[in-house]
Design a protein around this ligand. Sequence first.
Ligand SMILES: CC(=O)SCCNC(=O)CCNC(=O)[C@H](O)C(C)(C)COP(=O)(O)OP(=O)(O)OC[C@H]1O[C@@H](n2cnc3c(N)ncnc32)[C@H](O)[C@@H]1OP(=O)(O)O
Length: 409
Amino acid sequence: MTTELRTVSKDELDAWYTALEWAFGGLKESADERRLWHELVDLDRSLGVWDGDRVVGSLGTFALGVSVPGGAVVPAAGITMVHVASTHRRRGLLRRMMRRALDDYREAGEPLALLTASEPDIYGRFGFGAATRRLSATVDSTRVRVNAPAGTDDIALSVADPVAAAPRCEELYARLVPRRPGMLERRPGWERLPLLDPPGEREGASARRCLLAERDGELVGYARFALRPAFRAAGPEGAVVVHDLEAATPAAYAALLRQLMEMDLMSTVVLRDLPVDAPLLHLVSDVRRCDLRLQDRLYARPLDVGAALAARSYATELDVVIDVADDVCPGNTGRWRLSGGPGGAVCARTGDAADLALPVRVLGAACLGGASLTALAGAGLVVEERAGALAAASVAFTSPVAPWLPHTF
Ligand SMILES: CC(=O)SCCNC(=O)CCNC(=O)[C@H](O)C(C)(C)COP(=O)(O)OP(=O)(O)OC[C@H]1O[C@@H](n2cnc3c(N)ncnc32)[C@H](O)[C@@H]1OP(=O)(O)O
């Protein structure tokens, strides 16, 4: 088999994307969705594999900015739209594309590569670790109440058209990005992502609506949701499907959640994408009736260990030598001294003895402050070479706000 790996041109983008759709089960995205992804993808760094004139592999790249602990937004290469045709699978094409992509990103100087995975077992071998998780909740709103904090009743709620309300929602979203690691800054065009609402993907639900929360005329929160009505012999049993819920204050969050749980004719509220430290967990009267589920979400890979670890701040002062193993990007292999704290950090090569030893994917999992180094050590993924180093580093790496990616890409 002779195949050619190269970047995709604008003229080839449609065929490239159609091949990708087939690999995802022939899924046809709406014209709006296809247009948006075409506009957002970074063509100079998006790859295809051709067998003759047929596209048999794809790997797209987005230029992203991701929030890290401490509030900085760091450039990152977002890997997306990966497929290999079923006729060409398991012959190393993904490995070839990934090799080329990671080399390109390292050359461009981005400290991190990011992706969301169709299956969690694919990308660890390439140095990616699960950096954020998402919680989903299916709340029995006939039985569960919101124990709203003081100030909730001072929030004014109104229903708006999501498109008309988008500029105000985006302005609030931009203010929230530095407050939570894992969120992506909205680079031009990305503001259209939360407004995509193709009828073919509504699964019986209505078009999206937007609920605005204001305090003294200032927007302090919003939720975008749809209603899925159902009328049974025993009575109405509709569902409120929440697509996003963002709030700048506890009162705004509680007011929005309470409103979503008190919709007439609805008996369930489905929230598919919550941070693992969502206030909902502490606001509901009965967490057992929320049917919580945990999943992996954003995978991160340090491309340059020194730059990736120095880009964030740390919860406590730390000075640790980390021995990194990275057989995919060997430039990262070896010992790094990481010194810093809440004000920032430096990370440089050192000849000193290691305090901790770990594979690069562990740093991917821990770099946004989500996965605990102690927990990873419990799985045998971190080796403590100096007594006490693990506990100290584990505390320093933790983020007080759980990292979270609110949407896929
Ligand atoms: C970021 C994103 O876009 S996620 C979307 C990923 N795409 C999909 O899920 C679409 C359907 N699947 C596919 O298109 C293909 O099966 C791919 C892209 C996942 C894999 O492509 P292939 O060319 O077959 O992979 P390749 O032969 O290079 O395999 C590389 C390694 O990954 C492993 N691997 C490949 N696919 C999988 C999988 N689904 N689960 C676990 N391991 C996998 C291989 O066993 C191989 O392991 P090894 O080299 O360590 O022994």
